[in-house]
Design a protein around this ligand. Structure first.
Ligand SMILES: C[S@@+](CC[C@H](N)C(=O)[O-])C[C@H]1O[C@@H](n2cnc3c(N)ncnc32)[C@H](O)[C@@H]1O
Length: 180
């Protein structure tokens, strides 16, 4: 947050979840904005912030329609999908089990909408992990990097190592994009 923004900047998380970005923006004097598809998570965050009106319960593919101001920065962690799963986790889950390609296309659609509400030249950071498990490696970070490069310019990658030695995952990855 402090590396990419200044106090007063508008910070968007289109997958707000339990609000890590939302609360970090609030705590550092930035102005949080967000979208969350899950009603319980939306209610949990809005009950704990004076910026409740800035968090929409809905689909971030529709973010252009929510009346948000131009955003200075986006920092988000999308729902993860292993590439061998059929169930697409976007929008509370896809009952058609449309698979990994549909997930990546859905992510492109959402980030095209996000791009439209960003200030020109703004940075978008997408945090994700490559997934090891169930006898398979899912190259989620790199697949998202490639898919979202159709939408925004990929400028680089930041590896974040966790200070807690007991963490299940010793590090995570942040893809850094810039919108034109
Ligand atoms: C990995 S979690 C976000 C974690 C978040 N950083 C936190 O602090 O909890 C992804 C979130 O995206 C939400 N989500 C999935 N599809 C969505 C969509 N189309 N629009 C908005 N939120 C969505 C899920 O409900 C979930 O809460």
């Amino acid at each position: 947050m402090e590396r990419f923004t200044r106090p007063g900047d508008a910070v968007l998380d289109p997958f707000t979840g339990l609000g890590t970005t939302f609360f970090a923006a609030q705590a550092t004097g930035r102005v949080p904005w967000g979208v969350e598809a899950n009603a319980q998570r939306h209610a949990w965050v809005t009950a704990r912030t004076p910026f409740a009106a800035h968090l929409v319960h809905g689909d971030s593919a529709n973010v252009r329609t929510f009346g948000f101001p131009a955003m200075d920065f986006c920092l988000t962690s999308p729902p993860y999908m292993p590439q061998h799963h059929a169930w697409n986790p976007l929008r509370n889950g896809d009952p058609a089990h449309a698979g990994y390609d549909a997930y990546l296309r859905g992510m492109q659609q959402i980030f095209r909408a996000v791009r439209a509400v960003m200030r020109p030249g703004a940075t978008v950071v997408v945090q994700a992990d490559n997934l090891v498990g169930e006898g398979a490696l899912s190259t989620l970070v790199w697949d998202l990097g490639l898919a979202l490069s159709d939408v925004m310019a990929l400028e680089g990658e930041i590896v974040v190592t966790w200070s807690d030695d007991g963490a299940a995952e010793p590090f995570t990855q942040c893809l850094v994009f810039r919108v034109a």
